[in-house]
Design a protein around this ligand. Sequence first.
Ligand code: ADP
Length: 632
Amino acid sequence: MARQQPDSDGKKFEWKNWSRVKRVGRYLRPYAWGYAVGILIISISSVLTLFVTRMWGQLGGVGVSGEAAAGPDMLGGLGIDMGDLQAIGWAILAILGVQAVLSFIRVYLFAHMTENMMLAMRRDAFQAVVSLPMSYYDTHSVGDLNSRISADVTAVQDVFTTTLAELLRQIIIVIGGIAALLYFSVHLTLLMLGTLPVMILAAIGFGRFIRKLSKRTQDQVATSNGVVQESLTGMVSVKSFANEALEILRYLASIREIRTLAMRGAIWRGAFASFIILFIFGAITLVIFRGADLMAQGGLASEHFFTFLLMTGLVAGSIGGLAAQFSALQRGLGAIDTLMDLLHEEREPVRTATELPATGSEPEHPSDLESAARDWLQPASLPKMKGEVVFDHVAFHYPNRSDVPVLRDLNLRIAAGEQVALVGPSGAGKSTIASLLLRFHEPTEGTISVDGKPLSEYPLTGYRLRIAYVPQEVILFGGDIRSNIAYGKPGATDAEIEAAAQQANAHDFILGFPEGYGTLVGDRGVQLSGGQRQRIAIARAILRDPDLLLLDEATSALDTASEKEVQIALERLMTGRSSLVIAHRLSTIRHADRIAVLSDGAVAEEGTHEELMAAGGLYRNLVENQELISSS
Ligand code: ADP
């Protein structure tokens, strides 16, 4: 049964991955004692459940016959008068009291251990995700990673809070219950075991089959809705080709299929209802009938008969529950497997990937996060670089597209403090050059060096700390303007943030908002215009005070006023720093010390605007075909 396919989504666990699943032991180990106590409590509590059931039966039996006919059985050692209704009632209440206390302790204990485990697991999963190299994100969907941290961790949580506990409880009840049943009547027990569990398992399998059928019906409903959607959105084509009839027929075919599937489902649902009535209730009737018959012949005491019935119900319920717990366990193991797999993916050597303070040392207040991050990064920082960049015969293709060379033989030098504009047709590899400089990827051939040292010789985090990258699409994080600017330098003071905003020409528009630097941005706050967002990003970069600046200029046009503001901010940002600008605006390009024109994976032309215009090559073509944005 443990190998059944889980009903809901999620990865199926396979035994060959057991060694990977075992790694979860690292998270369990600190709570080994807690789990041992928890298991003990569940065991005691389950045995008590059996006792209570037995005593309920005793109540019924004594109530009917007015005396206790049978000798001592599992109640033997309790020292209670088993013929006295009141004594039994009080004893049951006492046991229930103990169980109530034990249950509370168990739930609390498991929650305490599991929530701490989840904290560590969520943290490690997120740490793994942010430490993955960019190339991982080229081949994996963000949604998938997201679900690992949310859905998978929750599935793991279910295993340790409820599934394992329930599994143990039900196993004890099934085994203990069957042993007790055998004690009361071997004959009746064999009859019951030969019928009920078989029927229950058949019913569970049947139920799954029916769910699958109804899923197919739902899928078909979705398909037919797709037909409607298509016809409606393409109404112009439908009408202009006079194809109404075709569309109606298409829809008809699809809804006929719904009817066929739904009717097939109905037949099986009907069969299921008949099955339950005839076989499950039939089996119950058979067992009760045999029991009553035995009792009438004096072969079974009345309290044993009552107990037998109640305990059969308990055992049957647990057998039914076991199946559900097994599939939950399987889902959980599958989730553990994917999570552990993620934790062992190769990471890039950023500082967080190698070490992080232990859980529990995180600051309690979100406002302390930034200074904590600053202190954490401090040891990683490198001495200032001059910022002389050399691309030496660099070739590159993306790992997932090895047949498409993006850069073939790129040679480019940016002198310390020089501003180089990179231009070229779309898809020429400009952004790729930026991502190589950011060390998102390694060149396939050749080397990139800064200040005469190959990039690979710099510690990754330290190197990136000396760079600022202003992307084309500026993404602001939820939170206020202040923290968005401070992203460039976690833990920066308010004075530093405002000075940066002033330089970036952002101070005035920020103060224009009633809440100034405390204004929330994004979904929950103001929506900033493209030009404003760019100036926030520039302020971020200024605050970082980088030795090397990478700028991917926005391709979308700004209005003239914004364009000027952004231009001035950019010029201030670039002054005195080595800058590589992926330029789309003539104003930016004219301001650069040098222009490199990229074509076919290599630098095709280099020079100033005037020189390149005079040369009449690719650059002049780009300008004349208006592929570069010229303002005013
Ligand atoms: P540009 O910035 O000049 O428009 P890019 O550097 O974005 O050009 O892209 C250069 C080439 O690399 C394009 O052919 C593009 O399809 C390809 N490319 C870009 N990013 C990836 C990626 N992550 N994986 C595979 N191919 C990519």
